[in-house]
Write a protein that binds this ligand. Sequence first.
Ligand code: FES
Length: 316
Amino acid sequence: MSEDRTPRRMRVIGKESVAAGVVAVTLADADGGEVPEWEPGAHIDLVLGDITRQYSLCGDPADRRSLTVAVLHDPNGRGGSAYVHDKLEVGDLIPIDGPRNAFGLSTAESYLFVAGGIGITPLVPMLRAVDQQRRPWRLLYGGRARTSMAFAGDLAATHPDRVDVRPQDEYGLLDLDAALDALEPGAAVYCCGPEPLLQAIENACRARDLTLHVERFTPREIDPDAPVTSFEVELASTGEVVTVEESESVLDALERRGVNVDFSCREGTCGTCEVAVLAGRPDHRDSVLTDDEKAANDAMMICVSRSCTPRIILDL
Ligand code: FES
């Protein structure tokens, strides 16, 4: 059930341009305390006026005095990045929720990180962590142009033998096949970036039977012909049965019944609403779980996923 989701008050203590169209925003606890602990791959919710947006943490988890996110200005976005770029100022108080992590770093023999544009943000703490663990890694980093690629210069200068910065206007599309074919057995692949890159690397990894971990900023496209039927959800703790109508999500139906469940994005990208499945088969429609995790059928994102079986029993 829901944990305490009272947002934490933070103060903006830094805002600086880190690439064309990208600002890094640094936050400290408004009352001078430590910031919450987090692991590489985690994100926080920024409460920006009346909208809430998720941004990956790109600082150092060992720094307990501040949290940093980097935000790309998206002129076609839904207002979150415009607020950060145009309105947010050093000294402002801003509520945050989290950190939460739906893109955790697993243990592997070696790592390939693939970033597209602002998708570099969750990968920066990851590659720092594996570098500290002295595990082999490479970063393949693409973007529109070199000037738009946050942290590219620092990363390439610090790790010249591990980082390949490949702006599209100089090199064309990333050569995923070459990078994947060079992997040793036991390697883990982590990717974050725009949807075409994620789809390309998903297809390439599937063809090679490689396990891929991705983080999406926007929801994966759902097959418009996918069936939408009503089904029942049973709450394991009470035996209560809730009908999920065709027009609503599991989350909607539970809220209608007064059952509080943690959530954030409501579009299947953040992982906050993940619930364990005890019986029944989910119809996974989220952008968080890997193919293997989906096949295990033991968890689902209740804001978007539905049920293949007439009833599904959730660990609620
Ligand atoms: S609330 Fe974000 S995945 Fe469901």
